[in-house]
Design a protein around this ligand. Sequence first.
Ligand code: 5GP
Length: 205
Amino acid sequence: MPLSGSAGSQGIQGSLIVLSGPSGAGKGSILKGAMERLPNLCCSVSVTTRPPRPDERDGEDYFFRSPAQFEQMKENGEFLECARYLDYWYGTLTSWVLERLQQGKDVALEIDVQGGRQVRARFPRAVLIFVMPPSEQALRDRLMGRNTETEESLDRRLNAYREERKYLSEYDHTIVNDRLEEAVEEFCRIVREEKTKAARGAAHG
Ligand code: 5GP
């Protein structure tokens, strides 16, 4: 299905919200908290070639697929955006997202900055939010606390963060996640504000 680019077209009612930032910044926790407060919000389930972590479930956290399966989906044009992040591929399913937007749902994509840029190009009215840790040390501590990273992968993730920060100016909003409750509040405030703006824009044609 083609995406001509903006909410309001093709019967699309909901808002598309991109949440980027390093893993460990708390994007997932912010979205979880926000979904409890904003009943219309849902979070896209991406496809990845990364193996599942012990607590992750196929179809809930990600659709876990082999590199060959991912490649085939890419060739079939199934992705709204996709990117390689460190050693693995990640992609957002166009069908998953469009279906929900057309039902009037607001859809959040938890994706990296390469993906954020692709979404903006295809969907100019998407709202782009970048989540930052309060400091690099705080990020390191959170990643270590997860016990899923080796020293090497931790360094690579911190380096990836330094790279991702360079895209910050392309984002509409920044949230510094120091206290989770406040970060969730801030996220909800931004979504409500953007929806009011979009509704005003639509009313004025
Ligand atoms: P993790 O392996 O920690 O789950 O995710 C690594 C990075 O990939 C995170 O920055 C996450 O936001 C990003 N990511 C997850 N799903 C997607 C996706 O569908 N597309 C893109 N571009 N990035 C994704």
